[in-house]
Design a protein around this ligand. Structure first.
Ligand SMILES: [Zn+2]
Ligand SMILES: [Zn+2]
Length: 249
């Protein structure tokens, strides 16, 4: 069994009531993370093109939050919506620049899935946005795309792809074949990934056991999971901050 028995130190994808359709507060999510002995969570609310989602300035508001809440490091982030096939996002760069960790996701409520080529172009465009760290749930079978193209671009840009536990829950049913193909591609191309809960209720925070079991079955290298330890996650953030600092010059 080994290390896959443990949960990641940082859950990189969590929502609160602010997202408009989730069920717990930040305080409840933090309490849940604390109860599980975790190091941190990324607060990644849905962007404004989600029905009843957050305003585009949510990263500005998140600056009011302490870095550490009740012993849990809370990284300020978002889950921005991809809103066209060039990869445009519903949160402008000036606000994305305030985030510590930013996810870009394709949701059918913000953009109707197109052809495989169109969806791939949308994902690649989002990944090329300097403020975006990771693509959320790109294995979603409702949004067919070219996993190899995503993997190559992530490696080229020094970015991450997400293994989202909801691909193994009733939230995104029938995702497993697509997810397994996605995992195979990430393994083949040595893509760095995050394993995340996408929690919409506090008991889901840090709950990624089904994904870890599948990754173990598929012999996925643990060292490619950057949020597995606090050190490897913070090391990625140091790298992303250097990347953004170089861009500002
Ligand atoms: Zn999502
Ligand atoms: Zn989400």
């Amino acid at each position: 069994m080994g290390l896959f028995e443990h949960r990641p130190a940082v859950d990189t994808h969590t929502h609160t009531v602010i997202s408009g359709h989730a069920f717990s507060t930040l305080a409840e999510n933090v309490q849940a993370a604390r109860g599980k002995g975790m190091y941190g969570i990324c607060l990644t609310e849905h962007g404004p093109n989600t029905p009843n989602g957050t305003p585009e300035f949510i990263p500005h508001s998140q600056r009011m939050l302490p870095d550490v809440i009740n012993g849990i490091r809370v990284y300020r982030g978002v889950e921005a919506n991809i809103i066209d096939y060039s990869g445009k996002l519903d949160i402008p760069d000036k606000y994305l620049a305030l985030c510590e960790f930013a996810i870009a996701s394709f949701h059918d409520f913000a953009l109707v899935p197109g052809s495989k080529e169109q969806n791939t172009a949308a994902y690649l465009g989002a990944l090329r946005n300097p403020y975006i760290d990771i693509l959320g749930h790109p294995d979603d079978p409702r949004v067919p795309c070219d996993f190899v193209a995503l993997a190559k671009e992530a490696v080229k840009q020094g970015k991450l792809l997400e293994f989202n536990n909801n691909s193994l829950t009733p939230h995104r049913p029938n995702s497993k074949p697509s997810l397994m193909e996605f995992i195979r591609v990430c393994k083949e191309y040595s893509v760095r990934v995050c394993v995340a809960s996408d929690a919409h209720f506090c008991t889901m925070v840090g709950n990624v056991t089904p994904m870890l079991q599948l990754l173990q079955e598929m012999d996925f290298p643990l060292e490619q999971i950057v949020n597995y330890t606090a050190e490897s996650f913070d090391s990625y953030l140091t790298e992303r901050n250097a990347r953004l600092a170089a861009l500002a010059k």
